[in-house]
Design a protein around this ligand. Structure first.
Ligand SMILES: C[S@@+](CC[C@H](N)C(=O)[O-])C[C@H]1O[C@@H](n2cnc3c(N)ncnc32)[C@H](O)[C@@H]1O
Length: 461
């Protein structure tokens, strides 16, 4: 069954040592491809464009293609390249056609060579200049002796495996040496010292802590660029991740690829995994020796129940750390051009949860209706008519500016501005999807001059 692919080309590394590869053409590109295939140890067969045409018309092409794993065509002649590609496709062999991504089922990526470490960069031929620029950046950024580091690590691999039989312990050993002074020793040419240091750490490896830990990490409101460096680092090293519904797929993609993923997402009034169970799960997984990433939308300590989660960990003596994230109010305000405070408008801001129990209005409404104060309601979409009614009933002017930000900071962000009396009707008419936050206060007026997210699907009224 075929379907539209998210990745029309899957990056794979091929072991071509001793494998037959046919290169058709005598152009400069054909030479370049041959050089790469030689590096990979391929058994290269060459054929000129004319020879290909002759072989094809004499019916002996099947013999020439026998046992070939990869065909490269760089004849400089479109019709011949097309004929080569057609033959290769017909017998199900991967083919690369120089400068013709549509005819190619295999492409040669740009390579940053730090053997045995190879970094391949490719846009599948869609954006070659961008690919080149990224490759240049990587070249400049990655130390020239990075390959020596990889070789050194490889030379000790079996020894480490023999000494540390537990995979978590091994992973931690490698992280500790590769994030310590060893890389700098290698880069400065002191490989003997680097090796000695690695062995020293290995000798003391029984002391390497293989105990688990919980990372309670705020993932921000959605845009992955808003993650903190620390969040990203912990996301890269976690063994298992428990994530919420509000964590965007783009962010989840940044978690270590082989980490176990557990969706404990909560929709409003539909708690898929009860909070107590999440708390217990975190403790249990960490006590099993795992590094557990609890990834939450926004900031874990703002309407995130982060406090409850670490409460149990603290009582059981499970180590944990908390990484703040950008809360929805800050992210949505910034991306919609509505400053939450402003000398001329507002000197304080209140973050309020509008997730009202049993639809009751148990908020301190009088306190909320104050001059020069911005209100930000989280989880307020369903309660918006009630919020508006209560604020006006407690003295707020009906024409107080109000905005709703839906899916803030994501490409689908929408912002509607209106007044507190009219916002609910507008939201209902536009069928605004969650998650949303509602901002109330005269700061909303500033959006007209400060909105900078011109690409967002912006429905300001
Ligand atoms: C359970 S609270 C979690 C808040 C989170 N801890 C934070 O600091 O942003 C969920 C609410 O946050 C708000 N929210 C989270 N992400 C949002 C986004 N990208 N755009 C708008 N509102 C968002 C919505 O009000 C949603 O109902």
């Amino acid at each position: 069954m075929s379907q539209t692919a998210d990745w029309p080309l899957l990056p794979l590394a091929l072991r071509l040592e001793g494998a037959s590869c046919l290169v058709v053409g005598e152009t400069v590109q054909a030479e370049r491809k041959c050089e790469l295939l030689v590096k990979a140890g391929a058994d290269i067969r060459r054929m000129g464009a004319e020879e290909f045409v002759k072989t094809s018309s004499s019916g002996s092409l099947a013999t020439a293609l026998e046992n070939v794993m990869l065909v490269v065509s760089a004849t400089g002649d479109t019709a011949t390249d097309e004929a080569v590609a057609a033959e290769a496709h017909a017998i199900g062999v991967f083919v690369n056609v120089a400068e013709n991504r549509l005819l190619s089922s295999a492409i040669f990526p740009s390579i940053v060579d730090r053997s045995p470490l190879l970094i391949a960069v490719s846009s599948g031929g869609e954006a070659p200049v961008l690919t080149r620029l990224i490759r240049n950046r990587l070249e400049a950024f990655l130390p020239a002796r990075l390959g020596h580091l990889a070789q050194l690590a490889s030379s000790l691999r079996e020894r480490v495996k023999a000494k540390l039989t537990n995979i978590n312990q091994r992973r931690r050993y490698w992280e500790s040496v590769l994030e310590g002074q060893v890389p700098d020793l290698v880069y400065s040419g002191a490989e003997d010292k680097a090796r000695a240091r690695m062995l020293e750490v290995l000798d003391a490896a029984d002391d390497i802590d293989s105990g688990g830990e919980v990372y309670l990490v705020g993932a921000g409101p959605g845009d992955p660029d808003l993650l903190t460096f620390r969040a990203l680092r912990l996301m890269r090293q976690a063994d298992v991740v428990l994530y919420d519904r509000l964590v965007s797929p783009q962010i989840l993609d940044l978690v270590r690829r082989d980490a176990e993923r557990i969706d404990v997402g909560k929709a409003r009034s539909q708690h898929t995994v009860p909070q107590e169970e999440i708390n217990e799960m975190l403790a249990r997984l960490a006590l099993e020796g795992k590094r557990v990433l609890r990834l939450k939308g926004g900031d874990p300590f703002i309407f995130g129940r982060g406090g409850e989660e670490i409460d149990l960990l603290a009582s059981k003596g499970v180590p944990f750390q908390v990484v703040p994230g950008i809360t929805a109010a800050s992210g949505c305000a910034a991306y919609s051009g509505i400053p939450l405070t402003h000398r001329d408008h507002s000197q304080s801001v209140r973050f309020i949860t509008a997730h009202l129990k049993n639809n009751t209005s148990d908020l301190p409404w009088f306190e909320l209706v104050r001059p020069r104060q911005t209100l930000v309601f989280y989880m307020g979409l369903a309660a918006l008519p009630l919020i508006a009614r209560e604020l006006v009933a407690h003295g707020m002017a009906g024409d107080m500016p109000a905005a709703i930000v839906s899916k803030g900071t994501l490409p689908e962000q929408r912002v509607l501005t209106s007044t507190i009396s009219e916002l609910a009707a507008l939201v209902a008419a536009e069928e605004i999807p969650g998650p949303t936050i509602i901002i109330v206060g005269t700061v909303v007026r500033l959006r007209d001059q400060l909105a900078w997210q011109t690409d967002a699907l912006d429905a300001a009224s």
